[in-house]
Ligand binder design. Structure first.
Ligand code: FMN
Length: 185
């Protein structure tokens, strides 16, 4: 692990309003163990799913869900981004260049700048069956985004059974994909 915080690379963990959001502290801990400085970005809908105060303490940085007020400190620039859990809604919006909240503003721009981005969806099979969703996943992959859905990755659960799937959500898989982007500065 790098010796001091200043040598560490920054991972943006983008949380959307899906079942596993309340457990995102697990991902934060795993990322910190691998030497990342973590900045949490939450969609406005995700804010009520997470413990903003606890995550602020865990990361040492305020959770961001809105544009900065003048004079507030800037977040460090992202070296990589993990969107987990990623909703049907955010996946479709990102694929189509929609930027109607702070997090989508940041991620749309980051993708355009070539910042490595990994998406770990949490969607049920009804959402996953939609043509619009599959087209979005394809578009994101064409742009070089690693969308972790399919056999051996996140596999959609049956509609109505999301709470059973939360425990098995493969947080570690997303982090494994960041390994090449975490070389020491
Ligand atoms: C309790 C609850 C659980 C939800 N779980 C999911 C989910 O697992 N996956 C998903 O795509 N949307 C889920 N939704 C719907 C999203 O929260 C909704 O589409 C929201 O607009 C997403 O906003 P965001 O993408 O900006 O976070 C859930 C909603 C609620 C209220």
């Amino acid at each position: 692990m790098p010796e001091s915080v200043s040598e560490q690379k920054t991972l943006y963990v983008v949380v959307c309003a899906a079942g596993p959001a309340s457990e995102v502290g697990t991902l934060v801990g795993l990322a910190q163990d691998r030497g990342w400085t973590v900045q949490i970005m939450a969609t406005p809908a995700a804010v009520s799913f997470i413990d903003v105060e606890a995550l602020g303490k865990q990361t040492g940085r305020p959770v961001r869900s809105q544009h900065r007020a003048p004079g507030d400190p800037r977040s460090p620039k992202a070296d990589a981004i993990v969107i987990a859990p990623a909703t049907f809604n955010t996946i479709n919006k990102l694929a189509n260049g929609i930027a109607d909240n702070y997090v989508l503003d940041v991620v749309n721009e980051a993708v355009g700048m070539g910042i490595p981005t990994i998406i770990l969806p949490f969607v049920n099979s009804a959402y996953a069956n939609r043509i619009s969703f599959n087209t979005s996943v394809e578009k994101l992959r064409i742009e070089g985004i690693d969308v972790l859905i399919g056999p051996g990755k996140f596999e959609p659960h049956e509609s109505g059974f999301g709470s059973n799937a939360i425990e098995e959500f493969p947080w570690e898989l997303a982090l494994d994909r960041t390994v090449n982007f975490n070389a020491e500065k």
